[in-house]
Design a protein around this ligand. Structure first.
Ligand code: GRF
Length: 197
């Protein structure tokens, strides 16, 4: 049996993707991954409540407690080390790491974005695609590099924007797809079926 990959999930908000990861992957003897830590930059993130309910350790590291972004990044890395994390999963984490952090976790840090990158990067991918009037948008899972929502794509799934679509209905469709493809893709990474050159 392959040793389990120790994953840390970083989340700033509701944590519905974290929940999907916990439900689909965590605690399953067949799957070589365990979530060893949920880290947030926000005390009130509901993701922390979800982690606690699943018995997963949590930690908050707040940018305002650190003089520079590099110091914040170093503190996050120190906490990841304390928990022995070897895979970093960004799930709605609203901070951008600097080059040193990204290099340290090269090929071991993944993100999910609610649009078909490289279209509609940034914090409002669903709304920006909807407002633009595209007929197809979707979800991207990618390795993280030093840019914002850039880095090698691992998986994408298209979502049609129907003629009578509302922003709310599109958001619901996108999130449902996220909750399927993120756990599937993370499983593939944990099983060594995905690597980055
Ligand atoms: C998701 O739409 C994800 O694609 C984006 O942030 C959102 C996080 O949602 N990066 P949740 O906190 O997992 O519910």
């Amino acid at each position: 049996m392959q040793p389990k990959v120790k994953a840390a999930v970083l989340a700033s908000g509701s944590g519905s993707n974290l929940q999907a990861i916990l439900d689909e992957l965590h605690g399953d003897p067949e799957i070589p991954l365990e979530v060893v830590l949920v880290l947030s930059d926000v005390n009130s993130a509901y993701a922390l409540t979800r982690a606690a309910a699943a018995g997963v350790p949590t930690q908050v590291v707040r940018p305002r407690d650190h003089a520079t972004r590099e110091e914040f990044d170093r503190e996050v890395a120190a906490v990841l080390d304390q928990h022995g994390a070897d895979l970093v999963i960004l799930a709605g984490f609203m901070r951008v790491f600097r080059a040193e952090f990204v290099r340290r976790y090269a090929g071991r840090i993944v993100n999910i974005h609610p649009a078909l990158l490289p279209s509609f990067p940034g914090a409002h991918g669903i709304r920006d695609a909807f407002d633009y009037g595209v007929k197809v948008t979707g979800v991207t899972v990618h390795f993280v590099d030093e840019g914002v929502d850039t880095g090698p794509v691992i998986a994408q799934c298209a979502v049609a924007v129907d003629p009578d679509e509302s922003l709310a209905s599109l958001e619901a469709k996108i999130h449902a797809v996220e909750h399927e493809i993120y756990p599937e893709t993370i499983r593939a990474v944990a099983e060594g079926r995905v690597t980055v050159a």
